[in-house]
Design a protein around this ligand. Sequence first.
Ligand SMILES: [Zn+2]
Length: 320
Amino acid sequence: MGRVKTKRRCARTSQYRDRRDCLHTVYFFNSLNRHKHQRQLKSLAPPGEKCGLAADRVASVLMNEALVEVFFAPPRLRKYVKALSGSTVTAIDTRGKAMLTRFDTGLTLYSHNQLYGIWRTAARDRLPKTTRSLRVALHTASNCALLYSATDIEVLTDSELAEHRFLTRLGPDILDQRVSAADVARRLLDGRFRNRSLGALYLDQSFMAGVGNYLRSEILYTAGAHYMGRPSTVDKNTLGRLARATLSVSRRSYRTRGLTVTQQLAKTLRRRGLPFQQHRFWVYRREGLPCYRCSSTIVRASVASRGLFFCPACQASSQG
Ligand SMILES: [Zn+2]
């Protein structure tokens, strides 16, 4: 066991601080005594999930509230300031990485954060100190939702929304509670998707929006499906498990802020002293380590240019 240093550099502030004092940092001590920043942990969340959490925050301050002040940085959007001032936010939805803020005037704010955009919320008189570029500000009497650094922002009517170039290409959102396992099963067997390999399909946002790279590995593992299998060749039971795991694993990860293993297994692993980053997944980034179910060694493959992790024993049956 190496010596544990108490002073480490926070990735957010670049200051060396005692690890017990720095709220920004999640420390973990593996054989290298490395530490990871909380934001790096969050960056592992799939796109839809990250956006879902941001949408929850924004909804908590804007839903059913009247806007008393509206700001748009892009000049092309300033013509909407008057129409939206005094309007009420009626819904906030996500579609993959896109967020839709709907107003009672019939207009919708479409925002896609790409890599750098971020929503923040604050009390109206306590704006965050940041060097980021403010793109949109929606103020209620007491709070505000602020969008920084995003470039893909539009205000759309319902008909423009229905024809939107990005949204029309997206499949249903994995966090949309209206989507059922039967819907996912139908989609798996749809002519557009049935002959694709599962490894490629589960990164395609037109199949299901919001499935990111780590969920791909975790869903296939939970369903016992090999990444080379195709919806048209796997047996009926595997197809059913895939449909259910697509939703259950994604929703569990969203609910627990990033756990795909069962709560029970997470608890057991925590008791053994494994930190969050090492007990959250069944297979993702666990190559060379034993499978929690069968003790076979987890393997890493590269599929669609991204790392995919699987158990060769638990996920052998549906290879086709
Ligand atoms: Zn296994």
